[in-house]
Design a protein around this ligand. Structure first.
Ligand code: A2P
Length: 276
């Protein structure tokens, strides 16, 4: 359910006002907030966000409680969007999950990260590999015009435990078809460049299994109707849990891809989905 927008003047330093909150499952939600006028970032980067901590029992002083969050909105959006897990005993997300439109969050306006187009050499096809909330940077990159000007084909894979956890990503992808900016800048039908491959591991769905296993057996390539990954054509970005990142890194290197960075662009990049 989407909550109504209500913008108040922020009172905390580095504070931004929440404009919208959307709950997807009992473990996942997204929210939007105002964007500092001075904040410039590249689609795919992350920032530190959070809330004021509880007052120290002795001094009564409060310190901000911050965590790294990928910005899920694209660089051109006038607001910022984030996609978060809810951890019942997590220091931040146990509280963050209760935010409402009009509340304040703290945002340190220093964007960083490696899941950026600048960290990859030119290629024909880009793969975005996500698990769970690791979809967030790709929610930004999928709404970024450069993704479609740089690549002929865009493949997004999303592996989650349960079907409900795919909803945020599925919604972002569905909404791309009517995205005014992308249709205008890239041209109508740009979304035909996208191949979306959602899979679940612990609940029945049309495609079951871990993406790593589905690639190892060749099933994923067959389903997608594409040739296996090769360093001449393919570029990749990885964002998921640690075990997934490590396993996929190894697989991509077997295919001949090499890890890049902002300072040295190569053929794939990786970032951990930050969990509470
Ligand atoms: P699985 O259910 O088989 O563990 P989590 O919620 O734990 O972060 O996991 C998100 C998704 O990532 C789950 O579907 C999980 O599958 C999958 N996953 C976990 N580890 C790996 C891995 N090493 N390779 C591929 N997928 C993984």
């Amino acid at each position: 359910m989407t909550e109504a927008k209500a913008i108040k003047t922020p009172t905390l330093p580095d504070a931004q006002t929440v404009t919208e909150v959307k709950h997807y499952t009992d473990r996942l939600f997204s929210f939007r907030c105002t964007r500092p006028a001075s904040l410039r970032f590249r689609s795919g980067e992350f920032v530190m966000i959070g809330l004021m901590g509880e007052p120290d029992p002795k001094s009564g002083k409060q310190k901000p409680l911050l965590r790294a969050y990928s910005i899920a909105s694209p660089s051109w959006d006038e607001e910022l969007e984030f996609y978060s897990i809810k951890v019942q005993d997590g220091p931040l997300t146990s509280r963050l999950q209760h935010i409402k439109a009009g509340d304040e969050i703290i945002l340190r306006p220093k964007p960083v990260g490696t899941l950026v187009h600048d960290a990859l050499l030119p290629g024909k096809r880009i793969w975005f590999f996500a698990t769970g909330t690791g979809f967030a940077p790709f929610a930004s990159l999928l709404r970024e015009p450069q993704t479609y000007t740089d690549y002929e084909e865009v493949i997004i894979t999303h592996t989650c435990r349960e079907v409900g956890e795919l909803a945020y990503g599925a919604e972002i992808i569905e909404n791309l078809k009517t995205d005014e900016l992308l249709n205008e800048v890239i041209g109508e039908g740009f979304w035909k460049k996208i191949k979306y491959y959602p899979t679940t591991t612990r609940e029945e769905s049309p495609k079951m299994g871990r993406i790593t296993d589905l690639m190892r057996t060749g099933v994923a390539f067959k389903d997608l109707g594409v040739e296996p990954i090769c360093p001449e054509r393919d570029r990749a970005m990885i964002c998921g849990n640690l075990a997934f990142n490590l396993e996929l890194k190894e697989m991509l290197e077997e295919f001949g891809l090499e890890e890049g960075a902002n300072s040295e662009p190569k053929t794939y990049v990786v970032e951990k989905a930050f969990l509470d």
